[in-house]
Structure formats: structure tokens, C-alpha cells
Design a protein around this ligand. Structure first.
Ligand code: WTA
Length: 680
């Protein structure tokens, strides 16, 4: 179901439903749909003058140099930007594609690059991390202080019997200890696996088992929307009845002071164990290709896959991209609103900023009815200069009106960013005008968990921007739009977004399943010349200026408020309920969330659909995966549209879910009356 026809249909649907035609309101009478978007915004002259990459010509020269001599380009960057205990002897070993080995022979340490190397001179006293809790409590750490905390946590892990190569799972709220724990793991060479705190106990257990985690770091809970939310009970449930025998210890941060059960011999409080440790713990020299972390993400088939990133390549890519995209300055105060449970939190709250010696802000909360201006207040209070968030958040702010942000002084801002989903031109323009005061460039950054860092994005001092376009690939990234055979598409022709050459931040494999890595990303499209091409799973087009316009997923992955979910996972969750015989899940365009979740289910015979059952089914998905995966709508029917070979025709369901005419070929439908009944 990922043929060329699907891409074209998808692009058409997205163009008309997600992106336009825009509602004509007072604020956007001049706005046209993304397909006709003509506006171009030049980088501000002062920014261009001061930037590392200050013109389109310099960008093009850099990109050309990287294409001509990739080894020279990456090798020089790695030597310049990272600290090495031992230098590498080979930049890239691509002798067994698609398995890449970068910077072989070298040893380095991510925690060292983020902390120790900033301790010489004045940078030691610079603020590394500003954290604000939802109740308004603030904690600040200088580089020296953060280093000491990380060393203590690293020593605590050692005291728990954790060593090089042991996987440590993190299931945490947005508190400084989350970043400290990640850096502590990296310091001793224990790969981490951060599990988003919004996932259920079931989802946590799957990830603990798949990764054979040896320890879990968690908290009693965190504050969310003005109330404490618990975490520790989910860990207890995940570990119950010996479900995860590999886990020998649990370290618990006290955040909310909710009562928790502590299992003797397994659970310890952070404030008992970590605070008692010494603040010296030398960073372990790690081989470039040593596993750094595993992060689970949804694919189009089966269970979430553990995306594996390794030490040097990931560090270099998080570092370089952060430096380029935000053109970071010593006095910047940078804030990314993501959660550390997602790749954006890894690369752009923790590792990218700290590796560059920047000041990064972390916020526990979210805008909420009691504090709709929470974000803008934070910007005003901390003098934030760079703000990086998701289109779904921008659309929600837009809906509640400019009178909220207008109450705050946001003149400290100089640069804005977006990530996670396509941004519609209306939201882009609102962001630029209302939040950025028509002064700050917007960097729309396209990338994925698998890519480690941003791949396509404007450079604020160099790239003219167009609302809704992620613009151009970063230097060294051979991004292309291709057809099913790997041929480049022409201008404005829809196709698959692909990458033609390896890059340092690329994922190395799927944890425990190299075959799945090969099949999911490298075997969908095999160019005739036998070269390997990375298939991202997104549909996109490139305009006559070479600008990329990313449209969304072409596989069975849906993007709900910037959260990536596999339709298969939700289907499995639904059919695990005793009332459900069969389920098919599709996305439908949603003004606020990008996509909403619609589930079509057939019930076991004898079961009747009722409001109560629908409620139960939604709750069941919440328990199996997490609240973010609960369908917006569940439709019960007596049958699903299938081909004669029994394949569910999702394209038909997508159209029905979106309330559109079912177009295209329906002749392969086994039973055409199903369609009529579904319509009814
Ligand atoms: C989507 C998040 C359009 C895309 C960093 C991708 C985007 C998926 C953009 C990865 C963007 C991310 N414009 N779409 N700027 N950024 N996406 O792994 O569909 O959670 O494949 O990584 O998000 O989601 P993931």
C-alpha cells in the first residue's frame, strides 16, 4: 500500500485537508494554501552578518564541499568539534551497507563533551541548565554544578552494579534528574533507554523486556496541569510477577512526595543513594561505535522498534546541527519545549545544547487553563532568546488568541523553531507575527528519531524561508525526493523523501533485529545501480528552488500532536479487548493535532456496540499504550472493507474517516456492500 498512487493521493489529500484551503479570517485574508505559497522571508541582515553561515552562497559552498569529499568534511568536523581520548583512523566504513561504522579507532565520551571540556575557564560558571517546575520552583546548574551532579549519579549507578554496556531505562517527569541520569549513563558507558512518562505500564514493560534493562530510574511522579501525576506505580506494575527478570534495581527521585511503595532490595531513593556519592567520576573512554542509547519509536508494522544510536556519530550530529540551526551564541538562553522521552528532548534539550556549552531551559509543565500564558511568561522571566516547539502547540495558541501572548514582553527572542510535523502556512505566519514580532526567523526542522538530528532546515543567517517549507538539506545530507525505483522526481512532483548517503547521526540498527532495520529503511526502494537509499517514510515534494515541502507519512504511521504512533500498535491494543474481533486504525486530518485517530472495529458475535463499550475500548487503549494513543473516534461495523486476498483497504477507511468521497479503484473490494454499510 505504499505505491506511487498512494503518494499522489496522499499529497492531494494533505494539500487540501491539512494545509488548506485556509479559513479566511481577519488575520489571514492574504494567506493562500501551501501549494500556492509564494512568500519568501529573507534572513535579517544583522543576523546574516554575524552568522557562522551567513549567506546562501556560503551554505551552497559548504554543501558542495561535503558532497565532493564526505570523508574530509565529516572527519574535519569530528576532529574540530569533539574531544577525543584516542583519535579515529577511519571516518566511515560503509563496506557492509546499510550498517555504517563512523570514526572507527577513536574513543570519546558524550558526557565529557557536554560537561568536562567546558570546565576550563569562565564557562565553568556559566549556567548550563535552567529548570522550572510547574509549581514555579526554579533550579539552576552551572556547568561545574551539573558536572558534579552527573558524577554523583554515575557513581550511584556503579554502586547499583551498573557498568559499561548495561542498559538503564528512564521513566521520568521533566525534572533535572532526567538530564542528569542520561548524562550519568553516558558517562559510564551504560546505554540509556528513555521511555516517555506518558506511556502506560504495559508499554514500559514491553520496552524493559525488549531492551533487557538492568535498572530503572524513575520518580514518585511529576506535576502536570496543576496536579501530581504518578509514575512509580507504573514501574511497579511493569516489574510485577517477575515480568522483567533483567531489572535488578530501581532508583526513585522524590518529586511530588506522593506515597510510594519501595520494594526492599530493589528500590532506592535518589536522595539517599546519589547524594551520598563522591562528585568525581572520570568519563569512560567509549569506542565511537559503542551503543549510546536505544529509543523506541513506532513503525508501520509490529511493535515499536528500539532505534540504536552510537557514541561519536550521534554526538557529532547533535552538536553540529544545534550549532548550525540555532547559530548559537554565548549569551543565548535556549528553550526547547519537548519531553526528554522523545528524540527532540535527547538531541535538543540535553545533548546538542550542552555539547555546545549553551544554556538550556527545561520546563516541567504545559500551558493549562490556570496559566494559558505559561510559555510566554517563561520566555519573559528567563530572557529566552531561542524558542523551539511543535506546530500542534502553535495551532493551539493560535486558537486561544493573540491576547494571551500579547500580555508578555518577548523582546528577548531572536529565533524560533518548529519540529515534529508539517506546519501549515497560517500557523507559520501567526508564529512569526505574534510570537516572533515579525523579527525572528523561523527554522522549520525536518528529522526523525532515526536520523539522530535535524536533516532539513533553514540556517537562520543564510536561508530565505517560505512558510510551510523545511527549505534545504543541511550540509552533508544528500536528501532527495524519489519514486518507487529510486529515481529523482522533478520539481513539484510528489514522491518519497529519501537520503542517498550515510551521515554520522544515522541510526545504526534496530535493537535485537538487524533484519528489521534493513527491511524498514533500506529495502523499500532499491535504485537500479545497487546503491543504498534511506527511506524515511514521508511523502514530500521539492519546488523549483529546491525547497523541500514535507507532507506527512506515507506508511501506516500517524502523527498525533507531533507524537508518532503506529496504527498497528493501536489495532493490536484494540483486538486484545475481549469484545473486539477485528480493528483497523487510520489517521484523519485534525486542525489542532495534525492527525486524529479513528478506529473501525468489528465486534465479537453477540457483542453490541454501546457508548459504554466505546468508552471501555478507549480506556483499554490508554492502558495498553498510553493516553496519547486513545482513538478520537471508534466506529463499530459488521465488516471491514477488504480485498479478495483479505487485506484491509485502509485507503477507503482513510477517506471515510475524513468524511471524503471514496475515490480511486474499489473494484478489488471483496464485498462492495460493506462500503455502503460503512457509509451509512
Ligand atoms: C514528522 C521527531 C514535517 C515526519 C523529530 C517524520 C515533520 C516524523 C517535521 C518523525 C517537519 C518531523 N515537517 N514533518 N519539520 N519534523 N516530522 O521520530 O513525518 O518522533 O517522519 O521525530 O515526524 O517523528 P519522530
Amino acid at each position: 500500500d505504499t505505491g506511487r498512487g498512494t503518494v499522489d493521493r496522499l499529497l492531494r489529500t494533505l494539500a487540501t485537508t491539512v494545509f488548506g484551503p485556509p479559513a479566511v479570517t481577519e488575520s489571514n485574508t492574504s494567506i493562500e494554501s501551501v501549494l500556492q505559497e509564494q512568500r519568501v522571508f529573507q534572513p535579517p541582515a544583522e543576523m546574516a552578518a554575524a552568522a557562522r553561515i551567513g549567506s546562501l552562497e556560503s551554505y551552497r559552498a559548504m554543501a558542495a564541499a561535503a558532497t565532493k569529499d564526505p570523508d574530509g568534511f565529516w572527519g574535519e568536523a569530528a576532529r574540530r568539534e569533539l574531544h577525543w581520548f584516542e583519535p579515529f583512523h577511519t571516518v566511515l566504513d560503509w563496506s557492509e551497507p546499510p550498517f555504517a561504522r563512523w570514526f572507527e579507532g577513536g574513543t570519546t565520551n558524550l558526557s565529557y563533551n557536554c560537561l568536562d571540556r567546558h570546565l576550563e575557564g569562565a564557562k565553568a560558571e556559566k549556567t548550563a541548565l535552567i529548570w522550572e517546575g510547574e509549581p514555579g520552583d526554579v533550579r539552576r546548574f552551572s556547568y561545574r554544578e551539573l558536572h558534579a551532579e552527573v558524577c554523583k549519579a554515575a557513581n550511584a549507578l556503579k554502586a547499583m552494579g551498573i557498568g559499561k554496556g548495561d542498559l538503564v531505562a528512564l521513566y521520568m517527569p521533566m525534572i533535572p534528574e532526567a538530564a542528569i541520569a542520561m548524562l550519568a549513563c553516558a558517562r559510564i558507558g551504560a546505554p540509556h533507554s528513555v521511555v516517555f512518562g506518558g506511556f502506560s505500564a504495559e508499554a514500559l514493560r514491553d520496552r524493559l523486556k525488549d531492551g533487557e534493562a538492568k535498572a530503572v530510574i524513575t520518580a514518585d511522579g511529576g506535576f502536570r496541569k496543576d496536579k501530581p501525576v504518578s509514575l512509580k506505580p507504573a514501574v511497579d506494575a511493569a516489574l510485577a510477577e517477575g515480568a522483567c527478570p533483567s531489572v535488578t534495581g530501581v532508583l526513585v527521585v522524590q518529586r511530588t512526595k506522593q506515597p510510594v511503595e519501595m520494594v526492599a532490595g530493589r528500590d532506592q531513593w535518589w536522595h539517599d543513594l546519589v547524594d551520598a556519592q563522591g562528585s568525581d567520576c572520570p568519563a569512560e573512554p567509549m569506542a565511537s561505535e559503542d551503543r549510546l542509547f536505544v529509543l523506541y519509536t513506532s513503525g508501520s508494522t509490529g511493535k515499536p522498534k528500539g532505534v540504536v544510536h552510537t557514541t561519536a556519530g550521534y554526538n557529532l550530529w547533535a552538536h553540529l546541527t544545534f550549532q548550525w540551526i540555532f547559530d548559537i551564541r554565548d549569551n543565548d538562553v535556549y528553550w526547547c519545549t519537548a519531553d526528554v522521552g522523545w528524540i527532540t528532548g535527547h538531541s535538543y534539550i540535553v545533548y546538542g545544547p550542552l555539547s555546545n556549552g549553551a544554556t538550556t531551559v527545561m520546563y516541567e509543565g504545559a500551558p493549562r487553563p490556570s496559566k494559558p500564558g505559561a510559555f510566554w511568561e517563561l520566555i519573559q522571566k528567563h530572557g529566552i532568546t531561542i524558542f523551539y516547539t511543535a506546530p500542534t502547540a502553535i495551532r493551539a495558541f493560535m486558537k486561544s488568541g493573540r491576547q494571551v501572548p500579547d500580555q508578555f514582553d518577548m523582546s528577548s527572542l531572536r529565533l524560533l523553531g518548529t519540529v515534529g510535523e508539517p506546519i501549515n502556512p497560517e500557523a507559520w505566519m501567526w508564529y512569526r507575527d505574534v510570537i516572533g514580532g515579525n523579527r525572528c526567523p523561523i527554522v522549520d526542522t525536518w528529522w526523525q528519531t532515526e536520523t539522530g538530528g535535524v536533516m532539513i532546515s533553514p540556517l537562520p543567517g543564510a536561508t530565505p524561508t517560505k512558510p510551510g517549507s523545511a527549505t534545504l538539506p543541511l550540509p552533508g545530507i544528500q536528501a532527495d525526493i524519489v519514486d518507487g525505483e529510486g529515481n529523482s522526481c522533478g520539481p513539484d512532483e510528489g514522491g518519497y523523501l529519501a537520503v542517498r548517503a550515510p551521515w554520522p547521526g544515522m541510526m545504526r540498527t534496530v535493537h535485537g533485529n538487524p533484519q528489521r532495520f534493513r527491511e524498514s529503511y533500506w529495502e523499500h526502494i532499491r535504485p537500479a545501480d545497487g546503491s543504498y537509499l534511506y527511506f524515511a517514510g514521508d511523502g514530500a515534494r521539492r519546488d523549483a528552488d529546491g525547497y523541500f515541502w514535507v507532507m506527512g507519512r506515507v506508511d501506516d504511521v500517524i502523527n498525533v500532536s507531533g507524537h508518532r504512533l503506529g496504527t498497528m500498535e493501536i489495532e493490536s491494543a484494540l483486538v486484545s479487548h475481549p469484545a473486539v474481533a477485528e480493528a483497523a486504525v487510520v489517521g484523519r486530518p485534525d486542525d489542532l493535532k495534525g492527525e486524529g485517530i479513528v478506529a473501525f472495529v468489528t465486534l465479537e458475535s453477540g457483542r453490541e456496540s454501546s457508548d459504554d463499550l466505546i468508552k471501555q475500548l478507549r480506556a483499554h487503549v490508554g492502558t495498553e499504550i498510553g493516553p496519547i494513543a486513545r482513538p478520537d473516534e471508534i466506529r463499530c461495523s459488521d465488516a471491514l472493507p477488504k480485498t479478495r486476498s483479505g487485506k484491509i483497504m485502509r485507503r477507503i477507511l482513510r477517506a471515510l474517516a475524513a468524511g471524503q468521497e471514496v475515490s480511486g479503484d474499489t473494484s478489488t473490494l471483496e464485498d462492495r456492500s460493506v462500503l455502503d454499510r460503512l457509509r451509512a
